[in-house]
Design a protein around this ligand. Structure first.
Ligand code: NAD
Length: 421
């Protein structure tokens, strides 16, 4: 008996979107499978002199709309199936935002916390040695993902430059600023979500000062809290992997940032500034207007979706709401702003980085913000209109919107009807 893969689960969204569009069968046939997934074994020298090997993959899911784009994650549970699912999501996310990219993803099956810094550098360089023939500024452009960061991207870009014999900053995005990174990349994911909510506030029935709960207080979670608070809203609860704190009158964000900067959990602020301790699992049920999942996948599931009291869920994390939970939330009238739109600010500013690298001219921060806002508002509005016109969820509308663009590109090469007539 064959098991249902993660990619099969993701493909349900494709089938759902296809019901609302008149796309050629060729389009579905093309988007059902990854174009290429390459596997390698990375062999590195450990600090104690021994050799150790790690499994690694790079998937280029679909490149009809341009070079493939997607992060590289370092995680002990990464698999080829997960990489293909994430690359499928990237294909749709880039099409949602009308970026001239297809979708890709990469991973190394490793727990990076068990490596020394020097071992981590050797592993990052080994990844590029293995996949240099696959990636390239016009072919496949990696970026950071779970447990990879700008320093790792800097090592990888340097390794690629050594292999091809010339500087090629456009091969990787999310680089340090000094090595061709872009201003505004740090808070781009949260900022995109923030612009989206602000633009659709009236349609979403959001007025005045709102109460926000943030699940996961890392990069995306901290930035969205800061942006929404500076717009006059109250952050009433936040969580991280160790638990949660809440304050009905609003949490003291500076206190939380100090704790996180010092490597401490948000729970260490309990008892100060009116912060009360809360069980981490209870965060999804906090009384609030907007719930912002910004931690991991599958956090809102069949067993806790009914607890959600928020009217809006802003998915900054990838895949935080399962398909079963989606149905429950829809029945409750909760509007979910889906990941492939809500967190696409990150890949959009990555695209800006690539454009700046290619032209060799770098934009000021105001220009980055303005360009990001324009794209978020344009695509957010278009998707909202599709949702209303077709009477579907915003998630289905986002997939329909992306599929229409992918279909147009695939069909432009000729379809079954064209060749048969
Ligand atoms: P991060 O590692 O900086 O933060 C993740 C946070 O989640 C940490 O505070 C961690 O303690 C917390 N966490 C882990 N398990 C938890 C649990 N069970 N309950 C509550 N909190 C928990 O990661 P990030 O870059 O902020 O990314 C978060 C999510 O956003 C991921 O799904 C990522 O794929 C997605 N995302 C991030 C970006 C980006 O640019 N950073 C772009 C697109 C999507």
């Amino acid at each position: 008996m064959s098991e249902v893969s993660l990619l099969d689960h993701a493909l349900v969204r494709l089938d759902e979107a296809a019901k609302h569009l008149n796309v050629d069968a060729d389009v579905i046939e093309k988007l059902k499978f990854a174009r290429e997934t390459t596997k390698a074994r990375l062999m590195i020298r450990m600090d104690d002199g021994s050799r150790k090997s790690f499994l690694a993959w790079r998937c280029r899911y679909d490149d009809t709309r341009g070079p493939t784009k997607g992060g590289i994650r370092f995680h002990p549970e990464s698999t080829a199936d997960e990489v293909e699912m994430l690359a499928f999501w990237m294909t749709f996310k880039c099409a949602v935002m009308n970026l001239p990219y297809g979708g890709g993803k990469g991973a190394v099956q490793v727990d990076p916390r068990k490596l020394s810094k020097a071992e981590l550098e050797r592993l990052s360089r080994a990844y590029i040695q293995a996949f240099a023939r696959i990636i390239g500024p016009d072919r496949d452009i990696p970026a950071p993902d779970v447990y990879t960061n700008s320093m790792i991207m800097g090592w990888m870009a340097d390794e690629y430059a050594q292999i091809v014999g010339q500087a090629s900053p456009g091969v990787i995005t999310g680089k340090p600023l000094a090595l061709g990174g872009s201003l505004g990349r740090g808070d781009a994911t949260a900022r995109g979500g923030f612009y989206l909510v602000r633009h659709l506030a009236e349609e979403l029935g959001l007025k005045g000062s709102l109460r926000i709960a943030v699940q996961g207080f890392g990069n995306a979670g901290q930035h969205i809290a800061r942006l929404l608070a500076s717009d006059g809203h109250k952050i009433v609860a936040v969580s991280d992997s160790e638990g949660a704190v809440r304050a009905a009158g609003g949490l003291d964000l500076d206190r939380l940032f100090v704790a996180k900067d010092a490597g401490r959990s948000v729970v260490t602020t309990a008892g100060q500034g009116g912060h009360e301790l809360l069980d981490g699992a209870a965060l999804v049920g906090v009384d609030c207007d907007i719930l912002v999942p910004s931690a991991l996948e599958n956090m809102i599931r069949i067993d806790n979706a009914d607890l959600v009291k928020a009217r809006i869920v802003l998915e900054l994390a990838n895949g935080p709401v399962t398909a079963e939970a989606d149905a429950i939330l829809e029945k409750k009238g909760v509007v979910v702003l889906p990941d492939i739109l809500a967190n696409a600010g990150g890949v959009t500013v990555s695209y800006f980085e690539w454009v700046q690298n290619r032209q060799g001219y770098y934009w000021p921060i105001e220009e980055i913000h303005e360009r990001l806002r324009t794209i978020m508002e344009r695509e957010g509005r278009a998707i909202w209109d599709v949702a209303k016109a077709k009477d579907v969820s915003v998630r289905t509308a986002a997939y329909v919107h992306a599929l229409a663009r992918l279909a147009e590109a695939i069909e432009a090469h000729g379809t079954q009807n064209y060749f048969a007539s």
